[in-house]
Ligand binder design. Structure first.
Ligand code: FAD
Ligand code: MG
Length: 345
């Protein structure tokens, strides 16, 4: 794992300056691990340290399990098996993988292909985030682009068998599976009777309940044009997930141009629809993850249209001209703290 990859974390920052109440005796029990290609931080606030430690241990085991099933960066996984058998054989997968594939296909359809889980051949070609990152020739992109089509993924609900239609097609769950892992950690913590926690999977934040003193969690929105930890706004949430997709963590620069890791499946090039950061606030992190990537590719107008068509989903979109757009549901609790960014609506 390269150091550069290790640095891919903390897009969002919890602000700690509001403190905890004096009456409560909850301790913070925390653990930071490296998994899913990123830094994962779990912070539990509870009086029972043993219970919290057990929940953290179960969460880590679950993250490892998800990674082993859904990674394309290992020697073997269920997703790799599907990819290797593309155009040839159906592959039976676990309930987990089937669920994430089904969700990923649903979001591919909902976003009209802006999100496309079969983007892997193009992602691999660019190699962004790896030591082999390069700008491919146009012909290389064109020749692989016809392999990208989520409709070519067949999902058989009765058998959990999965197949890609054409040889060379391949799935990449990088835009959604971290969200699923976040939901699974939350489920495990709740099952362990833990009700106050903050989880950060490389910028995908999941919160449980309120802070110990009953106040909202305060999440900083990273300045996409600034240093890490430099935030432009603060979002207050209770029991929500906050997931950001941006162009500032995984990228390389060639001839003065920035090439980042969110690909427009229609062009095969990094998405350039004027957005530099899209944040989704909702209940389930799998939804937030797929939607943050979708909105980034769709651009402001279509992205907002998509979010507004959904119940209980909010968004913060930052465009390259430093305008910030938020949905109605955030208006009461959203505060810009860097006045070089302008609240545009
Ligand atoms: P998001 O916007 O959520 O996702 C962007 C990612 O989604 C891209 O990196 C690409 O993989 C994919 N993508 C790009 N364009 C599209 C599109 N239009 N539609 C759908 N998907 C798209 N990274 C490593 O460096 N090493 C690892 O070993 C590693 N293992 C991983 C294992 C798993 C199971 C997962 C889920 C991810 C892994 N990663 C690994 C990837 C790493 O964590 C990524 O940075 C992360 O998934 C991208 O998330 P994001 O929040 O930055 O961006
Ligand atoms: Mg995503």
């Amino acid at each position: 794992m390269s150091k550069r990859v290790l640095m891919v974390f903390l897009i969002l920052l919890v602000l700690t300056f509001s403190g905890c109440s004096k009456e409560k005796t909850s301790e913070v029990i925390s653990e930071t691990i490296y998994a899913l290609g990123t830094v994962i931080d779990i912070q539990i606030y509870d009086e029972n340290v043993d219970k919290a430690k057990k929940a953290i241990q179960e969460s880590i085991e679950r993250i490892t399990e998800i990674e082993n099933k859904m990674s394309v960066n290992k020697d073997i996984s269920e997703v790799i098996l599907i990819n290797e058998n593309a155009g040839e054989n159906p592959v039976q997968v676990s309930e987990d993988t089937f669920y994430v594939l089904k969700k990923a296909k649903e979001y591919s359809k909902l976003s009209n292909g802006a999100f496309d889980l079969t983007i892997e051949p193009i992602v691999k070609l660019w190699g962004i985030g790896t030591e082999d990152a390069r700008v491919p020739e146009k012909e290389e992109i064109t020749s692989l682009l016809n392999l990208v089509n989520y409709e070519d993924l067949k999902l058989d609900e009765s058998t959990n068998k999965v197949q890609l239609n054409k040889k060379g097609q391949a799935i990449d769950l990088g835009g959604i599976a971290k969200g699923y892992a976040g939901d699974e950690i939350k489920r495990i913590l709740l099952e362990n009777d833990i009700n106050t926690a903050f989880i950060n999977l490389g910028g995908n934040v999941v919160t449980l309940g309120t802070k110990v003193d009953g106040s909202s969690w305060r999440i900083g929105i990273q300045n996409p044009l600034g240093d890490r930890g430099n935030y432009i706004a603060v979002l207050e949430v209770v029991d929500k997930t906050v997931v950001t997709s941006g162009n500032y963590e995984r990228y390389f620069i060639e001839d003065g141009k920035r090439y980042h890791h969110i690909i427009n499946p229609k062009t095969g090039y990094p998405a350039e629809e004027g957005i530099i950061s899209s944040t989704i606030v909702t209940d389930k992190s799998i939804d937030a993850d797929a939607l943050s990537t979708s909105v980034y590719v769709l651009g402001l107008e279509k992205g907002m249209e998509l979010i507004e068509s959904l119940d209980n989903v909010d968004a913060v979109i930052i465009t390259e001209d430093k305008n910030v757009y938020i949905t109605e549901g955030l208006k009461e609790t959203f505060n810009i703290v860097d006045d070089s960014f302008i609240l545009a609506n």
